[in-house]
Design a protein around this ligand. Sequence first.
Ligand code: 13P
Length: 303
Amino acid sequence: MKLSNISLLATAALYGRASAFSTVNNNAPVTRRTYTELNMRQPIMAGNWKMNPATEADALNLANGFCALLNEMADTCAMDDKEGCTEVVLFPPFPFISKVKDIVAKNGISVGAQQVYYEDKGAFTGSVAASMVKSVGCEYVLCGHSERRTLFSDSDVNINSKVKKVLEFGMKPILCIGETQEEYDLKITKEVCAMQVSKDLAGVSKQEMKNVVIAYEPVWAIGTGLVCDAESANEVHKYIRSVLSKMYDDEVAQSMRIQYGGSVTPDSVDGLMAMSDIDGCLVGGASLYADKFARIVNFQPLE
Ligand code: 13P
């Protein structure tokens, strides 16, 4: 199941993926083979809109603009059958989820919630339950995002409860982990990631791990323009797999999709996606621009 075994470039060619903004239609018949057939992890690109944009009208414009660009792109793999191509997920703020879903579902794009509370229901003013976001069509939920950890004091114990609740409701958690600037300077990135993975996934079964995605987001790279260089990010991803291998087994470790997040742009995505252990990106700022995010989901892996 090693991406490195098969050149991603070759795969892109197999899929007949045209250059990102090209509208040239390559009419030559393309034999599309699914990632499953290629024994590869399916790429997953996600846009975390955070607390943006300001109004519903702006959110729907963004969703429409993004879909319009994808529709213009010949042979885009981001709106083809989900099994065979890049999976794309958008995380709009709660009030916009339903309407954004109505727009993007036609393109095979799913939506997710940026947050849920781990209780089922009750007197928790301002909170949103897993059942609620499930009922409006969310497939994914972000858990453990660094902004939740730092600004809203989400602890590993709470994040673990959240991950389990999301799984209980048949949705898929994207578990975000990563070191702060201080931890990076102390050179304890791996220790921090290992600790977060083990605490946040405690009690999650091997079977349930099939529905989990991990996002490695170095906190110092989020919203700063300081993208972690691809090789270093890949090293951390490999290390996370080794932790999963110890916690579960090699099968779980090798099949787990691990995204990179932190200042991903159209300029950095290709290099990141060329790495053996980077299976997608969790994108903040750039996902608020239809053209940038469309280019990101149509990454062009380098050799
Ligand atoms: P930026 O892409 O804006 O750095 O945000 C990354 C992020 O936090 C995605 O969840």
